[in-house]
Design a protein around this ligand. Structure first.
Ligand SMILES: *Cc1c(COP(=O)(O)O)cnc(C)c1O
Length: 395
């Protein structure tokens, strides 16, 4: 194993062999066993039914509603489509306040829905937007807040809801990363007017692409269902236009399998998170993000913040060194949405206006978790970080 002072020369980036023989991703990438997959897909073949609100989709939506404690769980093709459809169905116009410290789909969905994002800076400790900052941005053209729940954790939804009610604007949530997570005993599915999840392969619940819009508002749910299907289903209601965001039976099958594994995947994630915390506890300048005590987390990501001065080595270089070893560390979200096209060109007023977002974009990185790692791999990853930290003069 590559530990100890003399070992820096053995780093893959210096020409040594890779630490891991297979890339270890930061996302979940959970696969069910082949046998379980085969059984589910045999059902699709024998029914000869691919899509359009099939039995697996209905089963999935019913199970999600029960598990999440929400009146309507409406499954769609992916999380981005979920955000676009929710934005259209809410009937909002003009400007929507959202963070720039998020995956670009948050803002892109607004643009597709003909809405203009207003980027709000995040709190440096929680990584989430706060009612205080949001309030400063509300003017007559703002019709909604799209808050993002990051890392399996959540924004202060109670304060945001209070503000939205006061100002008579809508509040909805991009909870793409938050499947299964709770806030003060409430599942994230029930926050705001609507809350959306992603079932992308890297998320804890995986449908090999998929997403879901959750809402306790039955009328909003019918509008969402009508937009989803290019034609009316259940009750036909007035909507601006239709689209196609249907989830196929193949996707629903994958989601059902993944749902069966949710509890064990969450427990495993939590175990890995705690192991990293223990092994990296004494590394100066490295902080592992803690989900706050207001909620139950899915521990979907192991998120680190690097103080380059205290650690003594640049974040970007550390990520490069790790990636050369097949430790596929990521820098979510670098650059921030406000510094990414088209927004840096179309909305230049935000480029230098979000100091906390910029600080986090420059200091945050993620470590591998999920099905493809184990205790031994996490030990090796931690050893590499500690070795680099201790032997910087040799680099
Ligand atoms: C993954 C993700 C999305 C997009 O979901 P897709 O299913 O990939 O379209 C949106 N927002 C955030 C915060 C995400 O992490």
């Amino acid at each position: 194993m590559k530990v100890g002072k003399e070992k820096l020369n053995n780093l893959a980036i210096n020409g040594g062999g890779r630490l891991l023989s297979r890339p270890a991703p930061v996302g979940q990438i959970n696969f069910p066993s082949w046998e379980r997959f085969e059984e589910k897909f045999r059902g699709i073949f024998s029914r000869e039914y691919y899509t359009n609100h099939g039995p697996l989709l209905n089963e999935l939506e019913a199970k999600l509603e029960k598990m999440l404690g929400v009146k309507n769980a409406i499954c769609v093709t992916n999380g981005t489509i979920a955000l676009i459809i929710a934005s259209k169905a809410l009937g909002i116009e003009g400007k929507v306040i959202c963070p720039a410290f998020s995956f670009i789909a948050t803002a892109q969905a607004l643009t597709w829905a003909n809405l203009t994002p207003v980027f709000c800076d995040v709190d440096i400790n929680t990584h989430h937007i706060t009612a205080n900052e949001v309030e400063k941005l509300i003017d007559k053209d703002v019709s909604a807040i799209l808050a993002v729940n990051l890392w399996g954790n959540s924004a202060n939804a109670e304060e945001l809801q209070k503000l939205a009610d006061q100002k008579n604007i809508k509040l909805y949530f991009d909870s793409a990363q938050g499947f299964g997570s709770e806030r003060n005993g409430v599942n994230l599915a029930s926050l705001g007017e609507a809350s959306i999840f992603s079932f992308h392969a890297t998320k804890i619940l995986n449908a090999a692409e998929g997403g879901c819009i959750c809402t306790n508002d039955d009328e909003l749910a019918e509008r969402i269902r009508n937009i989803r299907s290019s034609y009316g289903v259940r009750k036909v209601v007035d909507i601006p236009f239709t689209g196609n965001g249907r989830m196929s039976e193949a996707q629903a099958a994958m989601a059902l399998l993944s749902l069966e594994d949710y509890q064990s995947n969450q427990r495993r994630n939590r175990g890995y998170y705690n192991l990293y915390k223990k092994l990296l506890a004494d590394v100066k300048g490295l902080k592992i993000y803690e989900p706050d005590s207001n909620g139950e987390s899915n521990y979907q990501y192991v998120v680190c913040e690097l103080d380059e001065k205290k650690f003594g080595f640049p974040r970007d270089r550390l990520v490069e060194v790790m990636r050369a070893e097949n430790i596929m560390s990521r820098r979510y979200f670098t650059p921030g949405i406000h510094r990414s096209p088209p927004y840096c060109n179309d909305l230049p007023q935000y480029v230098n206006a979000l100091p906390n977002t910029d600080k986090l974009c420059a200091s945050v990185f993620q470590l591998p978790s999920g099905q493809d790692v184990n205790h031994e791999i996490i030990q090796k990853i931690s050893d590499i970080i500690i070795t680099i930290h201790k032997n910087l003069s040799d680099m």
